[in-house]
Design a protein around this ligand. Structure first.
Ligand SMILES: [Zn+2]
Length: 502
């Protein structure tokens, strides 16, 4: 499917609201989601039958041109065939009870799945191999319907939304943020998706919106962000400021509750049973008590996910509103979570989500996102003299330079190195007259992307003096000769946000 292009000055963004449907609406929602699944399975069976038929005919030696013709699996083709089948086939006599958009959801999903499979097979699709689509089951599928046409409205009372056939549904939260933009003509709803997740129904509106212009407070200051587990992020800016963002470790805080909820679930009669006569594993209908315990477990997970999302949004918004340039490392998160000792902590910190948010938010606020190349030795390089250590074990949390007197928290040192990269970029951009800021960071600029074996350039903080006061120098107190207790002085700053040198 072609990606929608927003008009100049607008962005496409989602507004998601939890719903409080009535009992009748709840039944209708479930019915709509089931209809999407039926249409998907119907179309998949049709395509598979056609392909199997052709394969069988070919095995009898029938010539290519005499085979049963290919079935049309484009979206319009599938829709046409479904509209004939739903009337002709008595099994689908209930079709008029649901919006046509629910069937369209299923058919569009199948078309996308087949396209992805084909593109993956022919090598035109990046990423992991997409398998051939499987039939959807009630249990494995996330119930969802996407409405693209018809009565899709956010009601002026800011407490209701209207969707085709489903009618006007009460929202659990105020729709003010979206409604006021629609009211003054700054937003246009493109589509709405209702989805059941984390134990409740949500409506997500895809909206083309003119956002308020909010340029960064310090457009010529760059911030290096070192993501970690000890701290969620250590941020160093090119003016010497340092900010430690503590890691809330929401999952760790909830592990006890999760264990309790899991044990409770395991004591109930669930869907996985075994036949006492043969000992074979069989499926059985889960008990109501199992369903309740399952919902309780889901609520604990949902709480963790909500807390995590909230904290991340606040951090990425604060960063992109403050700094004109943000530098992050191009982390290989999928590879990092293969380390089974760190996987849970890395997943809890959600590095990949941080990167996704910082990418689009720098674009919104007119900032620039820089990516340090994957092999940039941010941790092993001295942020003062530029000497690179051959090895630095992960457990060593303090950077102690072999060449110069610098002793500094490891993560802060990395953040400073990233900020230094940005300082070089800023200096270059200013000397060549390239505009800093204002450029959308849809495709982040990669800095120092010159290959894996490249030695890190020696960086001297004085290079950026003269623009915006103190350059990214290291505070004298962090040096060995003047500091009485080098590492503890850094640790005092860890417990909260702090900008400026301690
Ligand atoms: Zn050094």
């Amino acid at each position: 499917m072609r990606k929608f292009q927003a008009r100049e000055g607008s962005v496409v963004q989602a507004y998601k609201f939890a719903l409080d449907p009535t009992c009748a609406q709840l039944r209708s929602l479930v019915s709509h989601a089931g209809a999407a699944r039926v249409a998907y399975n119907w179309a998949l069976a049709r395509v598979k039958a056609n392909w199997d038929q052709r394969a069988a005919e070919a095995s009898y030696g029938i010539a290519e041109e005499d085979l049963t013709p290919w079935v049309d699996w484009s979206l319009p083709g599938l829709r046409r065939a479904w509209n004939q089948a739903k009337r002709a086939d008595a099994r689908y006599g209930w079709w008029a009870a649901n919006s046509k958009e629910s069937y369209n959801t299923g058919l569009a999903n199948l078309n996308a799945a087949l396209s992805n499979w084909q593109a993956s097979r022919t090598g035109t699709r990046k990423g992991p191999k997409a398998g051939f689509p499987r039939f959807k089951t009630k249990r494995r599928t996330t119930p969802a319907i996407r409405f693209t046409t018809g009565a899709i409205r956010v009601e002026p009372d800011r407490k209701h939304v209207t969707l085709p056939v489903l009618g006007t549904i009460k929202t659990h939260e105020s729709t003010r943020k979206l409604q006021r933009r629609i009211a003054d003509g700054r937003a246009r709803v493109l589509s709405a998706t209702v989805r059941f997740e984390r134990g409740r129904w949500f409506a997500s509106f895809q909206v083309e919106v003119e956002r308020d212009q909010r340029p960064p407070a310090r457009p010529l200051v760059a911030a290096g962000v070192d993501l970690g587990i000890t701290h969620l992020a250590v941020i160093a800016d090119t003016e010497g400021g340092v900010w430690y963002e503590p890691n809330p470790r929401h999952l760790d805080a909830t592990l006890k509750d999760l264990g309790r909820a899991n044990r409770r679930l395991s004591r109930r009669v669930g869907p996985a049973g075994f036949d006492p006569a043969t000992g074979a594993r069989v499926r059985r209908t889960p008990s109501r008590r199992w369903e309740k315990a399952k919902a309780r477990l889901a609520r604990v997970h949902a709480r963790v996910a909500n807390l995590r999302a909230d904290g991340l949004h606040q951090l990425t918004t604060a960063l992109t509103r403050e700094f004109g340039v943000v530098v992050v490392e191009d982390l290989h998160v999928a590879g990092m979570v293969r380390n089974h000792r760190l996987a849970r902590h890395i997943s809890d910190a959600s590095f990949a989500e941080f990167r996704r948010q910082i990418t689009y938010k720098t674009g919104w606020n007119g900032g620039t996102l820089l990516l340090a190349e994957r092999w940039f030795a941010s941790s092993k390089t001295c942020s003062d003299c530029g000497a690179v250590k051959a090895k630095l074990a992960l457990k060593v949390r303090v950077f102690d330079c072999d060449e110069c007197p610098l002793v500094l928290d490891r993560d802060e040192s990395a953040a400073r190195n990233l900020a230094a990269l940005a300082a070089e970029y800023l200096a270059q951009a200013c000397s060549t007259g390239t505009a800093v800021g204002g450029s959308l960071a849809e495709t982040p600029v990669s800095v120092n992307a010159r290959g894996a074996s490249r030695k890190t350039r020696r960086y001297h903080p004085d290079r950026v003096t003269g623009r915006g006061g103190r350059a990214g120098g290291v505070s004298p107190r962090t040096r060995k000769e003047t500091s009485t207790a080098p590492s503890p002085t850094r640790k005092t700053a860890r417990n909260g946000r702090s900008t400026g040198n301690p």
